[in-house]
Design a protein around this ligand. Structure first.
Ligand code: FES
Length: 184
């Protein structure tokens, strides 16, 4: 049974209302601030890799002998506040068959489970050391019916930067284990 005088009860109700109002207004202020902090920090979690045009090599340095040559994919990395020294984020094969044609770029990542394929100059084919998927110099599976790889080696877009004749590759990584080529 309530034994406090009416004024005291009224005072308590008013006090709790004020506390509730303060809590609500604090929460209303915290949410936008927290959202802003998340957005502000987001670049820190986003490594700058893939999905970008990256200079690989001067075109003149790539022999036009039809053989695939492996190159590291090196790029700068930066976040909201810092830039870091260039680092390798993958590797690709470039191949050109004549001096008048643009090179073809193939990802070195095996579409089966993501191992790195090697090119055998003896056999003139790519071989994955993990489960023995084999590909022609064009990246086509040698025996699709038995190949562990569900698709051919992934091609990448290439262009030549006119100002310095650099081979530029639009570097992407693709999901492994799928028949379709889907970017990660
Ligand atoms: S990862 Fe290349 S064959 Fe399995």
């Amino acid at each position: 049974m309530e034994t406090s005088p009416p004024d005291e009860r009224q005072g308590r109700r008013s006090f709790f209302s004020q506390v509730a109002a303060i809590v609500v207004s604090l929460l209303a202020g915290i949410v936008p601030v927290a959202t802003a902090v998340v957005v502000f920090l987001n670049p820190l979690r986003r490594r700058v890799e893939g999905s970008q045009w990256i200079a690989i090599t001067p075109l003149d340095a790539l022999p036009a002998d039809g053989r695939p040559y492996r190159f590291p994919v090196i790029t700068d990395r930066w976040d909201a506040w810092n830039s870091y020294p260039p680092e390798a984020i993958g590797s690709i094969y470039l191949r050109r068959t004549s001096k008048t044609e643009n090179p073809v770029a193939l990802s070195s990542i095996c579409p089966h489970l993501g191992c790195s394929v090697d090119f055998s100059t003896k056999k003139d084919e790519f071989i994955c050391p993990c489960h023995n998927s084999m590909f022609t110099v064009d990246g086509a599976r040698i025996d699709p019916a038995t190949s562990p790889s569900p698709r051919n080696l992934d091609t990448l877009d290439v262009k030549i930067r006119p100002e310095d004749n650099q081979v530029m590759v639009h570097y992407l990584r693709f999901k492994s284990g799928t028949r379709k080529k889907n970017a990660e």
